[in-house]
Design a protein around this ligand. Structure first.
Ligand code: N2P
Length: 345
């Protein structure tokens, strides 16, 4: 069975199991992760190894996750925010400090992924996966060379362009296209990006996050904004697909594991986080979902072709790969406003 459908099916099964009443396990850990972002077998292995049940839920964007945490309701024990969201959540007092004496597998994480700007003293998060943003495109439908974000504005591809339904990402690459920082707090630059996205709307097939993948695999659209790992997964399902990172520069991102202050099971959450950093688990997981792991011990267990993939593990200086999102503080509301205006235009 194709992997993408397998992921969807397994996710459904995880949810189904979560609904079973007759459950002998002592603790239920609420794990809240991005869509298509874990190997479902890893969840099962954790449950049987530790006698802890996992209630697994998915979100599509950092903003959706934050809103859910702030709303209360479910108390999530482990969440997977990106760097700028970690910065924002620390600021808001929403993250627990982690007990690193319980996280001995942290030694497997490469030093270049630690103590980064968003969590300088590495107190609140541990790196999970990382990557870039680019364009996944169908070579049989796109004749122009895909080397600039401008191609997403080319009228030739009207109705064939998919954009991510994610404000920082979509506004971010538009700022890059215009030659600005994707962390700009300059109202004029943000306004220019808004105008460009409004102008692009007539060409856009849809704004989606995970649901677009089936259309790319089926060859129904020409191109989509995509995160590196998702692009690799799609390319493994359809050989007409390719990935490109435009010359104007892109976003380099780091997704992490963290524990919200509202968590009810901090101790078990740390057991889970440590488990996810175990070399065999981290290797299996990143091979399955096709994202880049920061876990050096896991890298040694991955097949050559994975480690030699120039998009997953580009050679050279990590910091030169792209611009990392930072928390925009109060200016975030400006991005939210602009995003709402674009979507409702
Ligand atoms: C996987 C989500 C990747 C998150 N579907 C990019 N930060």
């Amino acid at each position: 069975m194709k992997k993408i459908f397998m992921i969807l099916l397994m996710a459904t099964m995880v949810f189904t199991f979560a609904g079973c009443a007759s459950d002998s396990k002592s603790t239920t850990l609420n794990v809240y992760n991005w869509g298509d972002y874990i190997d479902p077998e890893v969840i099962k292995d954790f449950e049987s190894e530790f006698d802890i049940k996992i209630n697994y839920e998915e979100f599509a964007t950092n903003e959706e996750m934050l809103a859910k945490i702030q709303a209360g309701g479910t108390s999530y024990d482990v969440i997977f925010p990106s760097e700028y969201m970690i910065e924002s959540m620390i600021q808001r007092g929403l993250l627990h400090e982690l007990d690193f004496s319980k996280l001995d597998n942290m030694k497997n994480i490469g030093s270049q992924y630690q103590n980064l700007e968003y969590d300088k003293d590495q107190k609140y998060s541990v790196p999970y996966l990382w990557g870039t943003m680019g364009i996944v495109y169908n070579k049989t439908k796109v004749s122009d060379s895909v080397d600039s974000w401008d191609i997403l504005w080319n009228p030739k591809y009207e109705g064939q362009i998919i954009m991510l339904d994610s404000p920082r990402d979509t506004i971010g690459i538009t700022l890059k296209k215009l030659g600005y920082s994707l962390n700009t707090k300059n109202p004029a630059e943000l306004e220019e990006a808004k105008q460009a996205l409004i102008e692009q709307k007539k060409l856009v097939r849809s704004y989606e996050v995970d649901t677009y993948k089936g259309q790319m695999i089926a060859g129904e659209a020409a191109m989509s904004l995509a995160w590196s790992g998702d692009a690799m997964l799609l390319m493994s399902e359809n050989e007409d697909l390719a990935y490109a990172i435009p010359k104007e520069g892109t976003n380099l991102w780091f997704d992490c594991m963290a524990i919200p202050t509202t968590a009810a099971h901090k101790e078990e959450a740390e057991i889970f986080i440590n488990f996810m950093m175990r070399p065999d688990i981290a290797a299996r997981n990143s091979e399955y979902i096709k994202y880049s792991t920061p876990n050096e011990a896991a890298l040694e267990l991955l097949p050559e072709e994975e480690v030699n993939n120039e998009y997953l593990y580009p050679k050279g200086d990590l910091n030169k790969l792209g611009e990392v999102f930072t928390d925009l503080g109060e200016f975030t509301t400006e991005y939210d406003r602009v995003w709402t205006e674009i979507k409702s235009y």
